[in-house]
Design a protein around this ligand. Sequence first.
Ligand SMILES: [Zn+2]
Length: 278
Amino acid sequence: MEFLSRHYNVLTLDDMVSRLEVGNLPPKAVAITFDDGYRDNATEALPILVRYNLPATFFVTSDAVLGKSAFWTGWLHRAVFSASEEILRKAYSTLIDSKPPVAHREEIYAALAAQVDCTHGVTRQQRLLTLSCVFSHMPPLSAPSDFMMDIGDLRSLVNSGMTVGAHTATHKVLAGLPEDDAREELSRSKRELEQALDTPIEHLAYPNGHVTSNVDDAAIRLAREAGYRSAGTSRRGVALVGTSTHDLPRQGINDALGFSDFVFKLEEARFSLLLRGA
Ligand SMILES: [Zn+2]
């Protein structure tokens, strides 16, 4: 964040979108975003952002942060990282019908999450139920998620000048969802966050938007219709003048990246544009 504050133009997402619309982005423009609503966004990230006076947007899964339900992806992540080898093998073979490859737990988590993600309705519920039986060392999925932010955390973000955005109500993949359900996910999260925070919720991040097929034309249209000013995917890349404000690419940053890789991520798109002569 210190590096960003020294060498980049860190804008609010709102400013970024406005400037994108009129083709007036400053050089080295960056908008910082966080997805899902994990508590460490408030406890770890917020003080650092405040120290460097950087604005950021936090896309939160509204049911999870408003205390209505647990957040299954966070629950699963914690389950995989706290399970014994034996339980992990059992979970993998139950859902994927084969032995787990000798893989990092992050990869096993991604494989299990994908098995839940790619399904809707009853099948999704069944797979989550199966996982909650195998990961018996975990609190039940229906228990409140103590690793998610609550309304007090969200208020402290807003009071510090940060933006809260929506990430649907229950983190459902929108592509392929019946339109009424998708509409409900988009509008309910916007409405309930607005009521709880008394502030407009104008920006959206699509759940699991890193899989291209998770965001389709219908999802983009419904996001516009629900009244969002912008919507971000997790498709890797940078926004250029002309990029759709409701299909924004983003770069993925996580704690496995070292500093040099972080810098490279910031610059790789610019280099490839230069190389292509754009
Ligand atoms: Zn997410």
